[in-house]
Design a protein around this ligand. Structure first.
Ligand code: HEC
Ligand code: HEC
Ligand code: HEC
Length: 447
């Protein structure tokens, strides 16, 4: 494996070029194929009335559509939260590994939004990744929304007609060549996009099926929790953990070591409802997913999600055995922990319920990748603010205080004590996290 990695690093540009050629060839074939099947599942959609002209949509459909919008988290990417932008008016910048992609204005404004779109256009964007005149980038999770039922997309359309139109031209995407060529997405689609709808599985209980529908469709959980290949396509290790913007979205299958195996269904549902449970606290991108989306789901739906996830076998991963408490790095880590962390996380790492997470049965701590933990230590963090837990507690940044080696030691200690066992965190990883999060150097001069 090491040798493959060295090879990949050394020939990085050649590999990227090769990948681009591959995508380009696929693009040519893709254009031919996708053109032919792009209306396959949008026949029910109305092709005459533009969104801005929809009159008095059915109230029940609007109410259902609002729920579809919330469970799909449209507002997260289509609202410019940082600049206090209006809901759905666009301008939010998504940092992808390929460059900056800007969420569109999807209000019914005729000039800068989607007011002139018909329902058919909307279906094609939602389930085929095709904008009015161009291919969309998969930063818009159409590969998940392809699973949405005809009725859900129709209801969503009815709801979008009730959104206040806002005139707001959004900035262009900032993608370097060759990723600025939208046509390449035809190739991407051919390689990675599964346009089949949600299909019932024989013998699957209705509740589990509902959970799978929500996780794979509206919730687009895989867009963060499934690892991506070099071109941003899903790897096959479904929901077994993925990296995004310096965070790690851990495994959420029932795997006992890395996943939710030691959480009950109620623990999972509670985390999605409140942004925390007795074992963990949602931070970073997951805090946002809870705030905008999962906290607003019905109890029935949260239970269905929990049941479905708890039924997935997962990676069955082997974890290393825990380091001995006498190991020098463990001794140093415990020292750092006792001096800096116990006030909030507790002497026994059992946390403060609803405020600071515990570390003694928190799968995020045992994750194969420690990026989220390093991210929180470097930048500090804020837990999810939910209706049931409005005062989101904050975690202070320790970048000014702890050296890379201290951070590595304290995290290694947490990952190998209190019933946990996981790979070491190295000072090198801490240094990289310091750079990538733009955190400051520690105060004390290092020698
Ligand atoms: C994870 C982020 C994300 C989420 C969630 C998301 N979108 Fe998008 N969406 C985008 C981005 C980014 C674009 C622009 C893509 C591009 O430039 O190709 C986009 C484009 C679109 C477009 C095409 C607009 C145009 O002018 O071409 C529509 C319509 C749309 N989204 C609707 C929705 C709806 C409805 C939802 C919720 C069901 C939703 N999106 C959820 C990121 C997201
Ligand atoms: C925008 C990216 C993103 C999306 C979308 C997302 N998650 Fe997460 N999720 C994360 C990250 C990052 C973490 C780790 C947060 C932390 O360590 O505090 C996480 C943590 C979790 C955890 C806690 C796991 C643990 O080991 O502590 C659960 C459960 C979870 N997510 C479920 C879901 C479900 C279910 C969905 C879909 C409805 C979903 N997530 C969608 C990014 C995401
Ligand atoms: C003032 C209280 C406070 C102190 C002191 C504190 N933390 Fe935190 N910590 C929090 C809160 C609150 C959260 C949840 C919010 C978040 O994740 O951003 C958190 C979250 C975390 C997480 C993320 C856990 C997860 O499930 O994603 C890690 C890792 C962490 N703290 C480690 C530490 C370490 C190591 C120290 C000592 C060097 C420390 N904390 C000191 C309050 C604190």
């Amino acid at each position: 494996l090491n040798r493959i990695q060295t090879f990949a690093t050394r020939h990085r540009s050649a590999l990227i070029l090769l990948a681009c050629v591959l995508v380009f060839v696929a693009a040519v074939v893709g254009v031919m194929l996708v053109r032919n099947n792009d209306t396959s599942r949008a026949d029910v959609a109305d092709d005459r009335v533009a969104l801005a002209d929809v009159q008095q949509p059915d109230a029940a459909a609007v109410a259902r559509g609002r729920y579809v919008a919330v469970s799909s988290d449209c507002v997260a990417c289509h609202t410019n939260h940082h600049a206090g932008g209006a809901a759905y008016a666009g301008g939010f910048e998504l940092q992808s590994p390929f460059g900056v992609i800007v969420g569109s204005n999807i209000t019914p404004d005729r000039t800068t939004g989607i007011g002139e779109w018909t329902e058919r256009d909307f279906f094609k964007a939602m389930r085929h990744g095709q904008g009015k005149n161009e291919y969309l980038y998969p930063a818009m999770p159409y590969n998940a929304y392809a699973k949405l039922s005809d009725r859900d997309v129709h209801d969503l359309w009815s709801y979008m007609a009730t959104v206040t139109p806002v005139q707001n031209p959004v900035d262009a995407n900032r993608l370097p060549f060759p990723f600025n060529i939208r046509l390449l997405m035809a190739g991407w689609n051919l390689l990675f996009f599964d346009n089949s709808g949600f299909e019932a599985r024989g013998g699957e209980a209705p509740e589990i099926a509902r959970g799978r529908y929500l996780v794979d469709g509206a919730g687009h959980c895989a867009s963060c929790h499934t690892a991506k290949n070099m071109l941003g396509g899903d790897k096959s290790a479904y929901l077994q953990g993925g990296l995004l913007q310096g965070w790690f979205a851990p495994e959420i299958t029932n795997d006992a070591q890395r996943g939710l195996g030691r959480w009950s269904e109620a623990d999972v549902a509670g985390y999605l409802r409140h942004g925390f449970n007795a074992k963990g606290v949602a931070s970073g991108p997951m805090a946002e997913a809870v705030e905008y989306s999962t906290q607003h789901l019905t109890d029935t739906d949260l239970r269905a999600i929990a049941k479905y996830l708890k039924g997935l076998p997962g990676s069955k991963s082997q974890v290393p055995s825990a380091l001995a408490a006498t190991d020098p790095i463990m001794v140093r880590g415990k020292h750092v922990y006792d001096a800096n962390c116990t006030a909030c996380h507790g002497q026994n790492a059992d946390g403060l319920l609803g405020l600071a997470p515990a570390f003694n049965d928190n799968p995020a701590v045992r994750a194969q990748d420690s990026s989220s933990m390093l991210h929180v230590l470097m930048t500090g963090g804020r837990a999810a603010a939910s209706q049931s837990n409005p005062t989101a507690a904050g975690m202070p940044s320790f970048a000014w205080k702890l050296s890379d080696a201290d951070m590595a030691a304290v995290l290694t200690y947490l990952r190998n004590s209190h019933g946990n066992a996981a790979e070491l965190v190295t000072a090198r990883q801490a240094k990289d996290a310091r750079t990538s999060t733009g955190a400051r150097e520690p105060l004390q001069a290092k020698r």
